[in-house]
Design a protein around this ligand. Structure first.
Ligand SMILES: CC(C)(COP(=O)(O)OP(=O)(O)OC[C@H]1O[C@@H](n2cnc3c(N)ncnc32)[C@H](O)[C@@H]1OP(=O)(O)O)[C@@H](O)C(=O)NCCC(=O)NCCS
Length: 378
């Protein structure tokens, strides 16, 4: 055996830590949180129960859920400085940039931000999860010149976000749909943003910095940004009869189709079928089947031509679009849901911490290079 460390570009296939939170079985297309199948969780549990599961490592009893929910809702307040920032941020700023800055700002108001006491960190985790939806919704209202809605403590996470954003208490179906999308996005093994969060906190930096890193990482179009890319792509294609030519052209030019393919799942992403079902139902109710018809055709062609499957972002885009959510809030919604997993993962990291410090395969000169005086360099 060679004594040279193995090189895996992008850390593909490398195991970097241990976690009991989410089990991503890429070959079988199975996802479990703490041993509970995602298909069962999405059908039988609320997002708050799933949050409890990720944070307390068991499903709650009714009493435990009530205490947990009350605690979570008690954190629905933002420092005035953050509210002022949300109101004064440029109206055309990316909501992901606003969210990233807002979470970073939270750290300014925590006098003991660097203290890694576990119970303090648990409370910070709840505060981050409870306030991220507020930041997104408040910024969205503020950029439209609308008054911010007063927070309420009688609405679930999904209903409260929709209410803060639209000013109206949502119906049961919209709430249930967003709640399910939250559950499906809550955690997903060592994805890029979770890895960022763990790398940051492993230096014994603080929770706010860690979640700020994660938000910056999720933003990219190869990760959470893909859901926005799906809608932009559907809009660019325009109609069902233009799909085939678009896909042919994209494949010929090695252009990536957003919402298709996955680094770990080589079969169907287990989160996709539920979202697909919701997308079909919602578009039917709206009487506008164009988007789902186009999506189905794209998924069919990509399977046929490249043996690639739709991922979680492919159908969530149509679901959010059908709920009337603006496209640039799709990735922030992903972040709101994933905050449950990020915070659970960083607490787990701190419970058994080791600094991440991989190596690089150095490809530059390996001998001392002479330094010419600046005037002689070309
Ligand atoms: C997610 C993603 C980065 C995974 O990439 P990966 O595991 O590194 O897959 P690879 O890039 O090695 O892909 C293998 C082959 O499929 C192709 N491929 C993968 N995803 C593709 C896509 N979305 N559209 C077109 N072709 C794709 C690659 O070009 C490559 O083709 P080749 O063998 O002819 O060169 C990639 O599928 C992608 O960019 N998808 C679109 C963005 C997206 O939806 N991201 C959200 C993920 S949840």
């Amino acid at each position: 055996m060679s004594d040279k460390p193995e090189y895996a570009k992008g850390l593909e296939g490398v195991i970097a830590n241990e976690s009991c939170l989410s089990d991503v079985q890429g070959q079988e297309g199975v996802l479990r949180y703490l041993g509970f199948n995602i298909q069962d969780l999405v059908e039988q549990c609320t997002f708050e129960e799933v949050m409890y599961l990720l944070h307390r490592r068991q499903l709650p009893t009714q009493g435990q859920l009530e205490v947990f929910t009350k605690n979570l809702r008690s954190h629905r307040h933002l420092p005035q400085g953050v509210i002022d920032f949300l109101k004064s941020a440029p109206k055309d700023a990316s909501p992901m940039d606003v969210l990233r800055t807002g979470v970073s700002m939270l750290g300014l108001y925590d006098q003991r931000g660097g203290d890694q006491d576990r119970s303090l960190n648990e409370s910070r985790a709840m505060a981050i999860c409870a306030t991220m939806p507020m930041m997104v919704a408040h910024f969205h209202r503020s950029r439209q010149g609308l008054e911010l809605m007063p927070v309420r403590d009688d609405l679930s996470e999904a209903a409260h976000f929709l209410y803060l954003m639209s000013g109206k208490v949502p119906g049961e179906e919209a709430t249930r749909t967003l709640d399910a999308a939250y559950t499906l996005h809550a955690d997903h093994g060592m994805n890029a943003s979770t890895f960022s969060a763990r790398v940051t906190v492993a230096t014994l930096s603080d929770l706010y910095s860690s979640i700020t890193s994660a938000i910056g990482t999720l933003k990219g179009p190869l990760h959470g940004g893909a859901n926005e890319g799906v809608i932009h792509m559907l809009q660019e294609i325009g109609s069902l009869d233009a799909v085939d030519a678009y896909i042919e052209d994209a494949l010929a030019n090695k252009k990536k189709i957003m919402g298709i393919g996955h680094r770990v799942y080589k079969v169907l992403d287990p989160r996709a079928p539920f979202l697909r079902k919701m997308a079909i139902k919602l578009t039917k109710e709206l009487g506008e089947s164009k988007w789902i018809d186009m999506s189905e055709r794209i998924a069919h062609l990509m399977k046929e031509r490249k043996d690639l499957n739709a991922n979680v972002d492919f159908y969530s885009a149509t679901v959010y679009y059908s709920l009337g959510i603006p496209t640039d809030l799709f990735t922030p919604i992903f972040a709101i849901a994933r905050a449950a997993g990020w915070t659970a993962q960083v607490l787990e990291q701190l419970d058994d911490n080791r600094l991440y410090r991989p190596l690089t395969l150095y490809t530059g000169p390996t001998t001392d290079q002479p330094i010419k005086p600046i005037g002689e360099r070309v």
